[in-house]
Design a protein around this ligand. Sequence first.
Ligand SMILES: NC(=O)c1ccc[n+]([C@@H]2O[C@H](COP(=O)([O-])OP(=O)(O)OC[C@H]3O[C@@H](n4cnc5c(N)ncnc54)[C@H](O)[C@@H]3O)[C@@H](O)[C@H]2O)c1
Length: 347
Amino acid sequence: MQRARVIVAGLGGMSREWLKYATSHAKDVEIVALVDVVLQSAQARAAEFQLAVPIFQDVQQALIEVPADLLWDITLPESREAVVTSALEHGLDVFSEKPMADSWQAARRLQERARDCGRRLLVMQNRRYHPKLRAFRHLLQEGRIGQVGMVAADFFLGPHFGGFRDAMDEPLLLDMAIHTFDQARFLLGGRAKSVYCHAYNPPGSWYQGHASAIAIFTWDNGAVFEYRGSWAAEGCPTSWEADWRVVGSRGTARWDGEGVPYAETVDEAASPSFIRKTDRTWAVVEDGVLGGHARALDAMMSSWRSNRPAETEAKDNIQSLAMVFGAIESARLGQKIFLPDGLDQRP
Ligand SMILES: NC(=O)c1ccc[n+]([C@@H]2O[C@H](COP(=O)([O-])OP(=O)(O)OC[C@H]3O[C@@H](n4cnc5c(N)ncnc54)[C@H](O)[C@@H]3O)[C@@H](O)[C@H]2O)c1
């Protein structure tokens, strides 16, 4: 099988994860060019990963000069539309970092551009590949807790990134909650129908935009997903995977984002009581399975090679993005927003 020839654009912090994957899968992936508007960033990464490949400042130039099959876009959200569009128009398929776009309109344009060019656009949503999240979903799918009525996710951390996030209008919702919302979709299946969100910048925040948000989503199966998050919360951190509680008709499932998920379900054999007796069942987590970027890239590469739809195809991922931009719009207007229907039926 031919190696996939890959141009990598955006050689900042996150590119390390992608290049680690490429170098450990050298039989499948051949990096053929690096592109960064800051040449030194690309040069530093080339030296770090011992990549003797051409380096460009402009993605168009790389696309003209270097034959390739795929472009990996690890640039910033505001650069994404231009970079991805160039690659699609040059006949390349694209794997991009999250978020798929920095505005709802840009996301729709990218989805349509991919369709019109007959190319594929896959989005990195590494957190849905966490082995314990997968085990948590399996626990829910077994039906142990009955019909799911509520999903709650708490996300409280205080990272001092510096850089582009500090200047974004909605750093939490756009750059981070996309993961948690995508995880909620992964857990629940179906889609979010509406959202009411309050986004704000809490006291002591070092971000310019809204570092905190509380959002309530209604789901097409009647469930409610509640999200509370902050990126300016010092002390008592949750996991980056969020802290989850799912309440069903016969019990509750929990995952704190780190330990083994479990469910507590009503013991039907016990005699009725004020608070019913429950039994705890632990989720079965696959041993020795990778998560994160490595597993996500494995899944993306295998779907790309076999030409089968990926979990994070733009057409699907746009539903997670609809939750993000719906929440942002709701917070802006101070009212409940209904999310676009039928996205999955569009090409
Ligand atoms: N999946 C995850 O868990 C995860 C984690 C962190 C960041 N990210 C995402 O990865 C992306 C990159 O984040 P980062 O932390 O590496 O940022 P970064 O600022 O460290 O790196 C971005 C790089 O892109 C370059 N760049 C910007 N515009 C460009 C353009 N038009 N052409 C070529 N290069 C360009 C910048 O010069 C910089 O070197 C963002 O979309 C971010 O949201 C994802």
